[in-house]
Design a protein around this ligand. Structure first.
Ligand code: NAI
Length: 274
């Protein structure tokens, strides 16, 4: 797909990988709509992009609310008259083992990380199909391909996102649509995700169950991500998938082996790998 002059909507665009996608799209001649729950950060990045001469607007959006996602689509059409690309990227995470995860943590994670992309697809797909071409990408994770310990709610949400996008891509091919879908499965990227609770209602966050396992894992994750890939590197990977119609986007392909090994063990001795 030729992206020049087309319109892209990116959620979670005030920080990390979403910001990188929005910048990369804008540098490729796209008009960009940045959506995020964090209004001050959103305004700052939109001002930066506009100051650089790009066509960019910001729409404060909570992706866990269907009416706000619909309002995002309305604003996009009002400003630019069309939409061609959607990146369902906003996400949060919490370190907690299954059996020790509060219902509030399950709901918070699934509402944003899984319902957000579902609302995005259901709202934007008909609008994108009207254009006769386009692309929907969602950010899952390596946690969408392999469910490790201490991250139960996140693993469930991200496996759901991978299934959502694979189902979507196959449904699009079934009806010979020109719209394509893809899924981004990042490994460790140096972003603010470890500080996800910054946007959470404190009353809701208070329901979090502090477990030693969850805390240790979060400390390990914080160290790992601090040494992770620069999010700026991820924007061009997503643009490449949009232009060249790729489905899987793995920032760390070597980590994909973990999913391959799991599938092999499933067939060979029916045991779960470590
Ligand atoms: P980040 O925290 O830097 O950016 C996430 C953005 O989403 C923030 O600007 C935040 O304000 C926004 N956001 C949070 N809740 C929202 C809501 N309800 N509605 C709208 N916006 C909301 O983190 P990062 O890493 O850039 O996250 C982007 C995506 O990448 C997420 O889906 C995350 O799960 C995923 N991911 C991140 C990895 C990493 O190593 N950083 C690895 C694998 C996946």
């Amino acid at each position: 797909m030729d992206v020049n002059g087309k319109v892209a909507v990116v959620t979670g665009a005030a920080s990390g990988m979403g910001l990188a996608m929005a910048r990369t799209f804008a540098n490729s001649g796209m008009k960009v709509v940045l959506a995020d729950i964090e209004e001050a950060a959103l305004n700052e990045v939109v001002n930066d992009l506009s100051g650089d001469g790009h066509s960019a607007i910001g729409v404060r959006t909570d992706v866990s609310k269907l009416d706000e996602v619909q309002a995002l689509a309305d604003e996009t059409l009002k400003e630019f008259g069309a939409v061609h690309v959607l990146c369902n990227n906003a996400g949060v995470g919490v370190g907690a083992p299954v059996g020790n995860t509060s219902i509030a943590d399950w709901k918070w994670t699934l509402d944003i990380d899984l319902w957000g992309p579902i609302y995005g697809v259901e709202t934007f797909l008909p609008l994108i199909e009207e254009q006769g071409e386009g692309h929907i990408n969602s950010t899952a994770s390596m946690a969408g391909l392999y469910a490790g310990a201490s991250l139960g709610a996140y693993n469930v949400a991200k496996h759901g996102v991978v299934a959502l996008m694979a189902s979507l891509e196959r449904d699009l091919r079934w009806r010979e649509s020109k719209v394509r879908a893809s899924v981004l499965c990042p490994g460790p990227i140096n972003t603010q995700i470890v500080d996800s609770e910054r946007n959470r209602d404190p009353d809701d966050a208070a329901a979090h169950i502090d477990s030693e396992q969850g805390q240790k894992f979060w400390e390990f994750l914080t160290r790992t991500l601090a040494n992770g890939m620069d999010p700026a590197e991820v924007g061009p990977m997503v643009l490449d998938a949009v232009i060249n119609e790729k489905f899987w986007i793995l920032t760390h392909p070597e980590m994909g082996e973990i999913a391959v090994n799991q599938s092999r063990a499933m067939l060979e001795d029916q045991r779960l790998t470590r």
